[in-house]
Design a protein. Structure first.
Length: 154
């Protein structure tokens, strides 16, 4: 969701820059920049919101990487056990199919993450309360804010 232009002007340039950096730097340094920015700029709901979104994206990305690694090792072991080769037998063909497919999936996930980081980094730099699909709502729940950054009063 975007916010009204007059509300975007209330944000300082420092808040917008830090929110943008939380998104863009995650592409090269994984989860560390969003976490550091979240810890440094906790008083800013805008910066915290964008840092939490980037941090959640990195957590999900890490879970997918671990899942793909388990799939790769599992497929390797199962293929080798299933084919129990003789001394001069060539390696199983499945290894030459599964490994590149898993590698392509990892590269595809990285490209999606990179594009999301750039797009949402630009939006944060403009002062927009742009939400990642699904993760934006979770970020708002974690920070106890409404769309646009208004606090939820208990």
């Amino acid at each position: 969701m975007s916010e009204a232009p007059e509300t975007a002007q209330l944000l300082s340039q420092n808040e917008r820059t830090m929110a943008m950096m939380a998104h863009i730097l995650q592409a090269v340094a994984w989860w560390m920049p969003p976490l550091i920015i979240l810890l440094i700029k906790r008083e800013s709901r805008f910066t915290s919101f964008h840092a939490v979104q980037a941090l959640l994206l990195q957590i999900i990305y890490l879970i997918f990487i671990i899942g793909f690694m388990v799939l790769w090792f599992g497929s390797f072991v199962l293929t080798m056990v299933h084919h129990a080769p003789a001394k001069d037998a060539p390696p199983p063909l499945a290894l030459f199919i599964v490994a590149p497919l898993l590698w392509l999936a990892l590269i595809g996930m990285w490209i999606v993450m990179l594009v999301m980081a750039i797009v949402y980094g630009i939006k944060a730099g403009r002062g927009e309360w742009a939400e990642y699909p699904l993760l934006g709502r979770l970020s708002r729940k974690i920070l106890k804010i409404r769309p646009g950054g208004a606090p939820i009063l208990s």
